[in-house]
Design a protein around this ligand. Structure first.
Ligand code: FES
Ligand code: FES
Length: 158
C-alpha cells in the first residue's frame, strides 16, 4: 500500500492505493468523500469527472493517483459552498444551467480555467474553447451552460 500526499481543495490529504495506476476519481470519491466529480464513461470521453490539477482541467477517471502526488486538486466543492457559491457557480444557478447536474464538473471547471485566463471572452470564444474537449450532457443543457459562462465572463455574477 503506497501513500500519495495530495492537496485537495486546500487541505493536505494522504491518498492510499495498492496500485499506482488507481484512478484519482475513485480515491476522491471513496477516501475524500467528494461528490462533485462523477463517474460517467470512465474513458476520458465525457468530462463528468473533471477536476483542476494545479489549475489545469483534467479527467480524474484517466488520471493515475501516482501522477498527482505533491499536486493540488480542486473539485466543484473547492470553489464555493451552497451558502457562498463561487461567482461561476452563482452564474450556473441564476441561469438554471443544470438539469440533473451530473455532468456539471466539466463545463464549470473547463469554463472557469478558460475564462480566468481570457477575461471577457465572448460566447463564440468560450464555445470554441470548450468544444476542444468533449463535454457530454445527456440533458442537452449546453446552451444554458454557455449562457452561464458568458455571464461569468462578463463579470456579472458576484
Ligand atoms: S468519467 Fe471521466 S471523462 Fe467520463
Ligand atoms: S445536466 Fe444532466 S447530464 Fe448535463
Amino acid at each position: 500500500m503506497a501513500v500519495y500526499k495530495v492537496n485537495v481543495n486546500g487541505a493536505s490529504v494522504n491518498l492510499t492505493a495498492d496500485d499506482p495506476n488507481t484512478p484519482l476519481l475513485y480515491l476522491l470519491q471513496e477516501q475524500v468523500q467528494l461528490n462533485g466529480p462523477k463517474f460517467g464513461c470512465g474513458l476520458g470521453q465525457c468530462g463528468a469527472c473533471t477536476v483542476l490539477i494545479d489549475g489545469v482541467p483534467s479527467r480524474s477517471c484517466t488520471t493515475n493517483v501516482a501522477d498527482v502526488a505533491g499536486k493540488s486538486v480542486t473539485s466543484l466543492e473547492g470553489l464555493g459552498t451552497p451558502a457562498n457559491p463561487h461567482p461561476i457557480q452563482q452564474a450556473f444557478i441564476s441561469q438554471q444551467a443544470m438539469q440533473c447536474g451530473y455532468c456539471v464538473s466539466g463545463p464549470v471547471l473547463y469554463g472557469k480555467a478558460f475564462i480566468d485566463a481570457n477575461p471577457g471572452a465572448t460566447r463564440d470564444q468560450i464555445n470554441t474553447a470548450l468544444g476542444q474537449s468533449p463535454l457530454l450532457c445527456r440533458c442537452h443543457a449546453h446552451s444554458r451552460m454557455l449562457n452561464a459562462l458568458v455571464l461569468y465572463s462578463q463579470g456579472l455574477t458576484k
